[in-house]
Design a protein around this ligand. Structure first.
Ligand code: CAA
Length: 304
């Protein structure tokens, strides 16, 4: 089946990578040519890691890369697709516009999937004339490594479409888990309150950044502490998801911690901006607590 992926960012390039590696022809679509060029470089580098670890041969890498075409034209990019996976920025208006465009240009049988982390599938589906063929395919970051695909059925998603997406996810080496369409689905409904609570715990001065993360890493066997994971996901994304949970479920327990709001306002977005709870230096794997959270940090409640 021919696959189109919309959005060449972190998630989009990972999704293109795994489909191409599994033998599918992939068209990666983005409005920005530079993002497309960068995505191909990133996919090549990530495949190099797999080659170095023996998970992929150099020839398989070349073949997989050759299966990926890039374009800035959505209409021609989706024209022959059997499945389109949208992985654009988490912005409702943008996604609705993309889905209207996809609906207009993709073949009638094509399944329209979204990698949204929290926006309602039912709402997105309602922007199209084929709501039964709209579904959530929520991949986890880093896509080539993480096994899960959270498959989200919208109000109208058909059994046949769900079955096809589950089979396809399994065929590309993922483990699909099907859930229903309520705010945050399952993954983020559980993950984001934990991250928010870690930030609240820091905000109240109960523990420092390194202490909180070490407790969760060593005490609960999490590969990353919740504050490092928040930086990895992006603090703006975490905030956006918490707002969807807060608004969608109407429970004050999902209200984002003021410290998270403040950091996003200040442009401290985590890894992608170079600073969040940790400070990041290109090329270094060292985990260094950001200056704002070192001893006597003014952002913590106890310091006031
Ligand atoms: N592409 C290909 N391979 C990659 C990769 C990538 N982008 N990133 C890492 N790898 C590989 C490495 O080569 C390495 O391979 P081997 O096991 O064969 O040696 C393996 O993954 C581990 O990587 P590293 O040794 O570099 O580093 P690590 O052991 O610290 O693991 C990690 C890195 C996999 C990211 C790990 O820290 C982890 O699992 N973190 C948690 C990730 C997580 O929770 N993701 C979900 C976020 S939530 C989300 O995505 C959804 C949402 O809606 C917010």
């Amino acid at each position: 089946m021919k696959i189109a992926v919309i959005g060449a960012g972190q998630m989009g390039n990972g999704i293109a990578h795994v489909f191409a590696q599994s033998g599918h022809q992939v068209t990666l679509i983005d409005v920005n040519q530079a993002s497309l060029d960068k995505a191909l470089v990133t996919i090549g580098k990530n495949m190099d890691r797999q080659v170095a670890k023996g998970g992929l041969t150099e020839d398989q890498k070349k073949e997989a890369l050759a299966r990926i075409a890039i374009t800035t034209e959505l209409a021609s990019g989706v024209r022959e697709a059997g499945l389109v996976v949208e992985a654009a920025t988490e912005n409702v208006d943008l996604k609705l516009r993309i889905f209207r465009d996809m609906d207009a240009h993709a073949p009638a049988h094509c399944i329209l999937a979204t990698n949204t982390s929290s926006i309602s599938i039912t709402r997105i589906a309602a922007a199209t004339k084929r709501p039964g063929q709209v579904i959530g395919m929520h991949f986890m970051n880093p896509v080539p490594v993480m096994k899960l695909v959270e498959v989200i059925r919208g109000y109208d998603t058909t059994d046949e479409v769900t079955r096809t997406v589950v089979e396809l996810s399994t065929a590309i080496g993922k483990v699909p888990v099907t859930v229903n369409d309520y705010a945050g689905f399952v993954a983020n409904r559980i993950l984001m309150p934990m991250i928010n609570e870690a930030i609240e715990t820091l905000f109240q001065g109960v523990g420092g950044v390194a202490e909180i993360d070490t407790i969760m890493k060593l005490g609960m066997a999490h590969p990353m502490g919740p504050l490092q994971l928040a930086d990895f996901i992006g603090l703006d994304t975490c905030l956006a998801i918490l707002r969807v949970l807060h608004e969608g479920l109407g429970n004050p327990k999902y209200a984002p911690c003021p410290l998270l709001v403040q950091m996003v306002t200040a442009g401290k977005l985590g890894m992608k901006s170079g600073e969040g709870f940790y400070a990041y230096t290109a090329g270094s794997k060292d985990l260094v607590v950001a200056p704002a959270f070192r001893k006597n940090a003014p952002h913590l409640e106890t310091a006031r």
